[in-house]
Unconditional design. Sequence first.
Length: 274
Amino acid sequence: MMKKLSDAEVKSCLKDILVYVDDFCKRNDIKYSLDGGTMLGAVRHGGFIPWDDDIDICMLRPEFERFKELFSKDNHPWFKLHTYDHDGYPVPYMKVSDERTVLINGTRTNLPQIGVNIDIFPQDWVPAEPDLNEAAARRSIDLCAKRYWKISGLPSPLKPYKFLRVLKWKILLAGTSAVELCRMIDKDSNNPEYYNSGIYCDADMRFYKNPHYKAEWFSSYVRIPFEDKEFSAFAGYREMMGELYGNYMELPPVEKRVNHGTLAYMKDNPVPEG
């Protein structure tokens, strides 16, 4: 019987992955930044947000593609790369997982099962013109929504309207694979027409329209504390946090202090260390 990991053990596993990724990036001169709730936790709590249970980092698109190329050839015994164009994992970003573990996600029943993992998102150039950005946002959101319905299971009980919406997209997308949708999202996000627009955003993850980040915030990197170590962050990380969260030092209401509700287990026969 697999051993269930406690919240503290999951966080320790996540941090171990991040430490390895950080070291890999140093060895290969790849630049990255803490991102999203992980950066917010570093700034506001000096580590994990107490109720959070994941780690996010991001890279500018050229660094993202180079990391993918090099890490896909890395021979670490249990830290493994997952993405649509490496092993068919149907997400348009990257995951690095600890394959000694098993992560069970009750809301994504059709996703392949992997271990406890961190997410790595690309930051892409997006159009500065409002009208172009509106059109790009609608297209990106539509593609991402279709991917979501493609990989979502049909849990029961489910409210009738949502069941019918999931069923509709599953029928309409019957001939399109989730991997192909990820390829379309990636191509749409990494659009050469927008290069050097002066604005970045998480175009791969339905954030195409907002928030927007100024290019100068990403022009250099600093090291900031997270738990008992330091990791990389864009020099403009405080401006990014303000754009993303507003008054980011203010705690959310108690009812919004929730995690992803995943369960993690250590495999019965994990890959031995060393």
